[in-house]
Design a protein around this ligand. Structure first.
Ligand code: ZN
Ligand code: ZN
Length: 258
């Protein structure tokens, strides 16, 4: 009798049984504790329920044609007047899908700091829908989608780059390539919020590099990030992309202001 053989078969059988038992147990857990929306934790529609997305508030019109922030009547935009660089913004235009408050703010916090990567797909789909179905992105279509990079050490710690996860559904809906490798963050920088414009500029100087600039020559880039706050990060990214030959850089963020 081949004890070794039957032993192996026995191991395979018990592994199969263990797997089945685990699946059955997961099924029981799902019945007792159904998986809930990761944001409101009320509705059994993971990872993000429609009730939560219904509470996302689009940026109220009218908005600044350049930075996309709300403006009052014909008054010049105070955000553009305080652009972080002497020559204005590095990007051509910026648009946010919704205000950075309430359910959206909570969702972004859970996604980024709670490391709930599964929230990125529905949040990215929301951004893509706003850009395409709601025509937040005016023609012509971009040639490439590039996410704002985070430093490699931060990405290792978080397990993912939030902008890259959000950008995937956008690139898919637009039918253009997603090229995260074309823009790299080479230096870690402290947060921009609270710094004066001059300090923001020096804080971000040389923080980004563009490997393989030949791919960018004459291309229209759509740059994706999670939140537009001071605008200095996307502006510095856009400047680096344009210096490397990009014809235009438009910015789209999931949230803005708030
Ligand atoms: Zn919810
Ligand atoms: Zn503006």
């Amino acid at each position: 009798m081949d004890f070794k053989g039957s032993g192996t078969a026995g191991t395979a059988v018990s592994a199969g049984l263990r797997k089945q038992a685990k699946l059955a147990w997961d099924g029981v857990l799902d019945l007792v504790y159904p998986p809930h929306c990761l944001v409101c934790e009320r509705h059994a529609r993971p990872p993000l329920c429609e009730d939560c997305t219904a509470h996302f508030a689009p940026i109220p019109e009218p908005v600044c044609a350049v930075c996309g922030r709300p403006v009052e009547g014909d008054a010049p935009c105070r955000h553009c007047a305080g652009a972080p660089e002497a020559g204005g913004w590095g990007f051509d235009t910026a648009r946010g899908a919704a205000i950075y408050e309430g359910a959206l703010r909570h969702a972004i916090h859970r996604f980024k700091y709670g490391r709930m990567e599964s929230l990125g797909e529905p949040l990215g789909a929301y951004l893509a829908n706003r850009l395409v179905a709601d025509a937040l992105l005016s023609p012509p279509p971009p040639d490439l989608v590039i996410p704002v990079p985070i430093h490699a050490s931060r990405e290792r710690r978080r397990g993912f780059n939030q902008a890259n996860v959000l950008a995937a559904p956008v690139a898919e809906m637009l039918g253009v390539p997603l090229r995260p490798g074309l823009l790299v963050r080479t230096r870690k920088t402290p947060p921009q919020v609270g710094l004066a414009p001059e300090a923001r500029r020096s804080n971000l100087a040389d923080a980004f590099t563009v490997p393989g600039a030949s791919e960018l020559a004459g291309r229209r880039v759509l740059l994706i990030d999670d939140v537009f706050t001071t605008g200095s990060t996307v502006s510095a990214c856009a400047r680096a992309l344009k210096e490397a030959g990009a014809a235009s850089v438009r910015v789209a963020t999931l949230a803005a202001g708030g």
